[in-house]
Design a protein around this ligand. Structure first.
Ligand code: SAM
Length: 308
């Protein structure tokens, strides 16, 4: 039974199953219900393949995990494979090249491979890159493109990246999680320097994007540890892309499962009116008019052939 919302509209369950849902997996609306049953069951299929994006990340220093990721059993965060699938199907042409300047774990590369997309990602941490290659060797299907991961500072190694049809990434959210002690690691930098280098990496990545290509960038607000105020990371990201010459095309709110947030919110809200954050943003940009031919739902996935 579907419930009605405050305005008398049926809630998400009904919409997700509708014709838009079957054509595009999920309805192409600006709110993605990453907390819905349909989303979670699809995500479980992907994770059931054995993706372990958290491999090698035991050393990550703080675990104030961005809400777009879900904590695995222990201490580490995993990118949502459904979010990767949506970005690829909606914003990348069939067979298009994906470039990911802050690769982190293996998820985005492995999902790209399953959808027939060549993927190139770089990350500063050699151990992460090695773990990703091992995951790909184990999980990717022969005959489909093998993801490529390169170790190094995005500012430098993006020079080696192929021309891209889609830029897809999830950058460090300032110092929210600290990934290493490397001076080139964005998460170690004072905020002003972080913004400067972050914008320079975006500019370089945009230089790799073909005309008609798009960028889908997963970000979320985070707080200044001293004042508690938001850092305005979302508008800073929009500014970096538009300054680099792209058009701001879609702003997506990606809702995350509430999970332990319910327990964690009470004290914070009572003492300082900080709301429990159960969403992230996927900011989408385009270089000129977007190429519209997306990846059909019939493409092979762990769900096996055509679903719905
Ligand atoms: C938000 S994390 C990515 C997390 C990823 N979504 C995942 O699922 O693991 C950002 C990544 O950026 C990397 N990184 C930080 N500074 C970098 C730089 N200058 N060049 C390339 N990678 C960098 C970190 O090592 C980290 O893996």
């Amino acid at each position: 039974m579907n419930e009605l919302d405050l305005f008398g509209n049926t809630t998400e369950g009904a919409r997700a199953a509708g014709p838009l849902g079957s054509r595009f997996i999920f309805p192409p609306f600006t709110v993605l219900r990453g907390d819905s049953d349909t989303w979670l069951s699809r995500k479980a299929h992907w994770l059931g393949m054995g993706i372990k994006s958290e491999v090698s990340r035991e050393d990550v220093k703080t675990y104030s995990v961005p809400g777009y990721m879900q904590k695995s059993e222990a201490t580490v965060s995993v990118f949502d494979p459904c979010l990767a699938e949506v970005a690829y199907r909606w914003f990348c042409p069939t067979g298009g090249q994906v470039v990911d300047p802050f690769a982190g774990g293996s998820v985005r590369g492995i999902v790209a491979s399953f959808l027939g997309l060549p993927y190139w990602g770089c990350d500063l941490r050699e151990e992460q890159v090695q773990a990703n290659r091992e995951q790909a060797a184990e999980l990717c299907t022969p005959g489909l493109p093998t993801p490529v991961w390169v170790t190094g500072d995005a500012l430098v190694v993006l020079d080696q990246a192929p021309e891209a049809d889609l830029l897809f990434s999830c950058p460090p959210y300032g110092d929210l999680e600290v990934y290493s002690e490397d001076g080139a690691d964005l998460s170690t930098m004072p905020h002003e320097q972080f913004l400067e280098v972050y914008a320079a990496i975006i500019k370089k990545a945009v230089g790799k994007l073909r005309v008609g290509g798009m960028a889908a960038w997963v970000v979320g607000e985070f707080r200044d540890k001293r004042t508690g105020a938001y850092r305005e990371f979302v508008p800073d990201t929009v500014a970096a892309f538009t300054l680099a010459g792209l058009q701001y095309w879609n702003e997506v709110t990606y809702m995350t499962p509430v999970g332990t947030l319910a327990m964690r919110t009470s004290a914070k809200f009572e003492t300082n009116r900080k709301l429990g954050k159960n969403h992230q943003n996927m900011l989408v940009f385009t270089k000129g008019r977007p190429m519209v031919a997306g990846i059909p739902v019939s493409t092979t996935t762990p769900m096996g052939g055509k679903e719905e």
